[in-house]
Design a protein around this ligand. Structure first.
Ligand code: SF4
Length: 277
């Protein structure tokens, strides 16, 4: 985590001290990023946290109020005896033919190949399915699955994706809610959505253009040489190159202890998007 030299006098838009001084060791977010960037690319402790940020922006959602209305009602009959809050209907339908229906108007966005996602999947899947809302399986779940089977570079069987989809579907009620499978560049190349739709019966897909949290692709740390080589073979960018004999030698001698697996950022164009749809 970070600190400021001038505690209590922090510029909200940058997270910096109001007077940034030459010679400071740089405990703030910007300072740490500058000299320990390769470490803070993965917020610590890696694998058990979901990262947010320490900045506060001049305008955020807390500055907006959802105002009710003094006349009429939405989602319930405008009758004083009937318009009580547990009776309000929050159902929504959407999609090109309004064929997707949710009991509650929210969706959990991409929860992917991270340990956080894997460890909490039961609660997320069963909770969303029972509530009749949407849950999105994020990127790289197939690529990171040791048990996934590929033929000619395309996925034909999985353990993790299958488990995630099944858990949701087993608890879905009356057709409400949806399990959505997201795809980034690597997922698309591996044929993840074709497999999810064709084999697992998934009905909703999300084409991923970029990252909600940052302007680089998704990344994780890999502490195992064989896994790093597997991901390299599956088309991921793995740094340093785990097939390079010099790198292997250095890793085995303890010169470094972790590889980085990066996924690419989608460079969307209107034409390519339309073609894919
Ligand atoms: S580097 Fe500058 S902004 Fe960051 S903690 Fe030090 S003085 Fe503050």
């Amino acid at each position: 985590l970070t600190k400021n030299r001038t505690e209590g006098s922090v510029v909200p838009t940058s997270g910096m001290c109001v007077t940034c001084v030459d010679g400071c060791i740089g405990m703030c977010e910007i300072g740490k990023s500058a000299y320990r960037g390769h470490e803070v690319i993965y917020p610590q402790p890696f694998g058990v946290i979901t990262a947010a940020a320490e900045k506060s922006y001049p305008v955020d959602y807390s500055h907006f109020n959802i105002m009710g209305t003094a006349t009429g009602a939405h989602g319930v009959e405008a009758d004083s005896d009937k318009a009580i809050f547990p009776a309000v209907n929050l159902e929504v339908t959407f999609g090109h033919d309004n064929g997707i229906k949710f009991r509650r108007p929210w969706i959990i966005s991409g929860v992917g190949s991270t340990d956080i996602a894997r460890n909490n999947w039961e609660g997320l899947a069963i909770g969303s399915a029972v509530a009749g809302t949407g849950l999105t399986i994020g990127e790289n779940v197939v690529g990171m699955d040791d048990e996934a089977v590929f033929k000619k570079g395309r996925v034909v069987d999985t353990a993790d994706l299958k488990r995630r989809v099944q858990l949701y579907k087993d608890h879905q009620r009356d057709g409400y809610g949806a399990i959505i499978v997201q795809a980034n560049i690597e997922d698309t190349r591996l044929g993840v959505q074709e497999y999810a739709i064709g084999t697992l019966g998934v009905e909703c897909a999300e084409l991923k253009w970029g990252q909600g949290a940052k302007d680089i692709g998704g990344e994780v740390k890999i502490r195992d040489l064989a896994k790093a080589q597997l991901l390299h073979e599956r088309g991921y960018l793995v740094l340093p190159d785990p097939t390079d004999p010099g790198v292997i030698n250095q890793f085995e001698r303890g010169g470094f202890k972790e590889f980085e697996r990066h996924s690419r950022v989608g460079m969307v164009s209107e034409e390519s998007f339309a073609e894919r749809v």
